[in-house]
Write a new protein. Structure first.
Lengths: 352, 297, 317
């Protein structure tokens, strides 16, 4: 899905111009307090200070093991849960500020959830579900319904045939199409796809991905595509962001990230991708064990407990988010030139 | 599940497909359930007795007669005999449906509204509001229901209003607990998140997204409470805390006829049969309704 | 585990406070002059005011409440207006009588309920299952005070097998474990046992059915062995639930036996409450309700802890 900057030239809502990122995320933090044993309150650092930006018209892939904070990040971006610290800047306006109140922000950012069944109200027909958003924003009943039907048509569901059905009368792929239509009903600029195709069969998944690509072109959308499926992420994304235990550890253009992964975690994660081609199989050591608990994350670099290259430095100090080349950054001591890490110089040579 | 997972419903459904609503499905299922039909008919008959009682009674249910006291069942003109004051028992049983059902059903209806509101608000809001509402309800839950009903109406004194009030207070916590737990479950579903993401206010989400999905289970639970409520309401009158003489009410009639246990045992037990039939009919009906609704959820 | 018990105990304190508050408010809910039963109708205004300040009715409700609670916690529940004896004495005597009846009824309910539930769960959808489910619906739908009357009619007024009402032979003072006394307990105990029988059998049936549907049980059976092992496993699974439900039912029967006690004139808390209500004996009403509710709350607490002990998987929040 390459970005097509020409097709969305004249969006009146575009404030900052093409260079201004659509969404800037700064120092986002979300901690949950849970009750551990013996009544003690403990803090889960679900998202622990992340920064990134989403460029206009791109698809930003977000990958990581389950529990790394991907879904929490999605809900934070949607403002479905309150952030503990940090700010979101949407096209130069602070979200929740005077320029962009929350309600207005929600018109411009929508989300498609993983569970296609649970994300549709079982007591509403699908056209009612799609029409709900416009109704909330003051569009008349008849016009909302008309918009819902045209959107259903747009996502490949004949409104005559499907509009009056209930979610349980549709297949998983059809339901996910409804969810996409619902997300588009408010004419958003940014759509967050939280594992949106993960639960679908492979053949259906491909159809839905193609649909998403079509919609993106024709409606000038920007996607944040969250998935644990690396193949799909590679296929759809312009840039990819890798999360580990609530932190961003690597970000970069899709090709660069796959071909020249810098962080050992990314290397291991990509190494775990099954490949049919024997020549493509990597020799990277596989990830062993489960990630440590986000309740008490490891000191320094959070990956050092599982990292084959870990050195004392890694446990002591958090590595900076160093830039390797244009737009490709990684949080690892090995890529910091001149750091105490024994591999640092080598890493510098390779990149230089 | 109404659709098999193998067949794509799109291929088998007719071209223009209008889905019948959920409640119609439940209604259809109940109509095919013979037991549900039988108890449903009994309930309708009882309600008809309550509504049209004054036009159905063969005798004046208040007319006493010193010479016709405690006539046995099958007496001419009094097919079910007479009570301890010589009043026609059949007429009193028919007219008694009115107060008995009113006293049994009203508290559940009131508790259904108040308890649902409290439980849905608590369940949707979560946090401190949930804590305040639910901990208060826990206190009332800490009393066995019979004790609480008798304590409140005992303290307030006998009378229909006080009995209704005490029973309503007994059932509010029960309904609210169910409402809260169902709402908490529904609240976690993604469609609520999606509705919030569209910018809808909490009130609008409760009205359009939550309500329709929680009211069914709360309703079924509440229908089950009518059975208990009938027994308790008549029990209060039986103790002398509810309806007062000479009004006909089954629990009160059971109490005044206790003196006839030795002389006319069958007559003495009759009002209880009515309470029993009503209570078991509502119980079975609630049970079948639950089964009919559980098929798809 | 220990954490759970502590947390559960701590959770009980506000509930106990709330219960005390409800009991306290009952008296203030009741209409009429709180002094009507202690003062002669022609009392002078001076005497009135003296009594009001003596009883503390002129103080703020909060002060009155904590004073009452402070006294109540020390066992001082005031004096019964009807009998002139301390409320606590009246309540304790009655509570022991009620407890005796409730325990017997609960045990009966446990035995029959477990039996029906077990058989029904083992032979699902057989005629015996249907019979058991009918019995259980009967148990929870029957107005038990009416059932008591029917039993009196059959066994006392028609067959003359058992005494109709009372807590022991006339002239007998206090309870003894002999037939003369026991025969008075049989009918009320059977009457009361109908509810726990219905509820326990329903619960046990569900647990047994669920256990039998577990995969490894199906596997055991498929390999054609271990019917005895299957049985043992089912018992092990069903027992904690059945015992827990039994414990809760005991609490309900203690608090809920007032109607049945009235039918049988059993000298328990039910009869005491009846007296208190109709003689407008507010201290007695307040005291007996408080004691019964405390008993109920403590029983719930014990059942919860007991369940947590038996099933270490349960870590409830």
């Amino acid at each position: 899905m390459p970005s097509s900057s020409d097709s969305r030239a004249a969006d009146p809502r575009d404030l900052g111009g093409p260079i201004q990122p659509l969404l800037k995320v700064r120092g986002l933090v979300k901690h949950f307090s849970v009750r551990g044993g013996a009544g003690k309150r403990r803090v889960v650092r679900a998202v622990d200070g992340i920064d990134f930006e989403v460029r206009k018209g791109e698809t930003l892939g977000v990958v990581g093991e389950s529990g790394c904070g991907k879904s929490t990040t999605a809900r934070l971006l949607m403002q479905l849960i309150k952030l503990d610290a940090g700010e979101l800047i949407f096209d130069a306006a602070t979200v929740g500020g005077q320029q962009l109140p929350l309600r207005e922000f929600r018109r411009q950012v929508q989300m498609v959830f993983q569970d296609s069944y649970s994300s549709l109200n079982p007591r509403m027909t699908i056209e009612q579900s799609v029409a709900f958003g416009p109704r909330v924003h003051g569009v008349g009943r008849r016009e909302s319904m008309a918009r819902a039907r045209s959107l259903l048509d747009r996502v490949g569901l004949d409104p005559q045939r499907f509009g009056g059905r209930y979610p349980h009368e549709l297949s998983g792929g059809q339901r996910q199409r409804v969810n996409i239509a619902r997300a588009l009903a408010l004419e958003p600029r940014l759509v967050i796809l939280d594992e949106a195709v993960s639960a679908l069969d492979k053949s259906v998944e491909a159809q839905v991905l193609n649909l998403l690509d079509d919609l993106k072109r024709s409606m000038a959308l920007t996607y944040v595509f969250i998935s644990h499926d690396l193949h799909v992420v590679r296929y759809v994304s312009d840039r990819i962001l890798v999360m580990y235990l609530g932190e961003v550890i690597e970000i970069g253009p899709a090709e660069a990230l796959f071909e020249r992964s810098a962080h050992p975690y990314t290397v291991a994660l990509l190494g775990s991708m099954p490949s049919l081609d024997p020549d493509q199989r990597t020799e990277a050591p596989p990830l062993v064990g489960d990630p440590p608990s986000p309740i008490d994350p490891p000191s320094g670099c959070r990956f050092h407990t599982r990292c084959p290259y870990a050195e004392p430095l890694c446990a002591e100090q958090k590595p900076p988010f160093a830039e390797l080349d244009e737009g490709h950054r990684a949080a690892c001591w090995m890529v910091v030139p001149g750091s105490q890490h024994s591999q640092a110089a080598k890493a510098q040579c390779v990149d230089a | 599940m109404t659709t098999s997972p193998v067949v794509d419903p799109a291929q088998v459904a007719p071209l223009v497909h209008r889905s019948s609503g959920y409640w119609r499905t439940v209604g259809g299922r109940l109509a095919r359930d013979r037991l549900a039909l039988v108890v449903g008919l009994i309930i309708v008959a009882l309600l008809a007795m309550a509504l049209f009682g004054p036009w159905l009674t063969p005798h004046d249910p208040y007319a006493t007669s010193m010479i016709r006291r405690l006539r046995p069942i099958g007496t001419e003109g009094h097919p079910l005999g007479t009570d301890e004051l010589g009043r026609d028992l059949l007429s009193r049983l028919i007219l008694g449906a009115r107060l008995s059902l009113f006293m049994g059903i009203t508290p559940v209806v009131l508790a259904f509204f108040i308890g649902s509101a409290l439980g849905i608000v608590a369940g949707y809001a979560g946090g401190w509001l949930n804590a305040v509402i639910m901990r208060t309800i826990d206190v009332f839950y800490a009393f066995p229901s019979v004790l609480l009903a008798i304590a409140i109406s005992g303290a307030l004194g006998a009378g229909i209003g006080n009995a209704l009030l005490s029973l309503t207070l007994v059932f509010i916590p029960e309904v609210a607990r169910v409402a809260e737990s169902v709402t908490t479950q529904v609240r976690g579903r993604d469609y609520i998140e999606a509705a919030r993401a569209s910018g809808a206010s909490a009130l609008l989400i409760i009205r359009t997204q939550v309500f329709g999905n929680v009211i069914g289970p709360i309703f079924v639970y509440s229908t089950g409470l009518i059975s208990v409520s009938m027994i308790l309401a008549s029990g209060l009158s039986f103790l002398g805390l509810g309806v007062r003489p000479p009004e006909p009410e089954w629990g009160l009639m059971l109490n005044t006829l206790r003196t006839a246990i030795y002389s006319q045992p069958l007559i003495a037990a009759l009002p209880g049969v009515m309470i029993f039939i009503t209570s078991i009919s509502f119980n079975v009906f609630a049970d079948r309704l639950r089964a009919a609704m559980a098929v798809r959820s | 585990m220990g954490g759970y018990v502590v947390r559960r105990l701590l959770l009980t304190i506000p509930i106990m406070l709330g219960v005390a508050l409800v009991c306290f408010m009952l008296v203030h809910l009741s209409p009429g002059d709180p002094l009507v039963s202690v003062l002669p109708p022609d009392a002078s205004q001076a005497l009135r005011e003296q009594m009001i300040s003596l009883y503390g009715f002129d103080q703020p409700y909060v002060v009155q409440f904590f004073k009452w609670l402070f006294n109540a916690l020390q066992g001082n529940l005031g004096t019964s207006i009807a009998t002139g004896r301390p409320v606590i004495d009246e309540v304790l005597v009655a509570a022991v009588n009620s407890l005796r009846l409730a325990v017997l009824a609960t045990l009966l309910g446990f035995c029959f309920g477990s039996l029906f539930g077990f058989v029904a769960g083992y032979f699902q959808n057989s005629w015996i299952d249907k019979l058991a489910s009918m019995l259980s619906i009967f148990g929870v739908s029957v107005p038990h005070y009416w059932l008591g009357m029917v039993l009196v009619i059959i066994f006392a007024s028609q067959l003359y097998w058992l005494p109709a009402t009372g807590g022991g032979p006339t002239g007998s003072d206090g309870w003894q474990w002999d037939w003369d006394h026991l025969q008075y307990m049989i009918l009320p105990a059977i009457t009361l046992s109908v509810i726990p029988t219905g509820i326990i059998s329903r619960t046990v049936r569900a647990v047994v059915a669920e256990t039998l549907a577990q995969e490894f049980i199906v596997g055991l059976r498929a390999r054609g062995l271990g019917e005895a092992a299957v049985f043992r496993h089912v018992v092990k699974n069903a027992a904690p639930t059945a015992l827990a439900v039994m414990g809760l039912q005991l609490g309900y029967l203690m608090g809920g036996s007032i109607l049945v006690e009235t039918v049988f004139s059993w000298p328990g808390t039910g009869l005491l409450l009846n007296t208190a209500i109709f003689q407008r004996d507010m201290p007695l009403l307040q005291g007996s309700i408080w004691v019964l509710a405390l008993f109920f709350v403590s029983l719930n607490l014990c059942v919860d802890i007991f369940q947590a002990l038996l099933d270490p998987r349960i870590e409830r929040s």
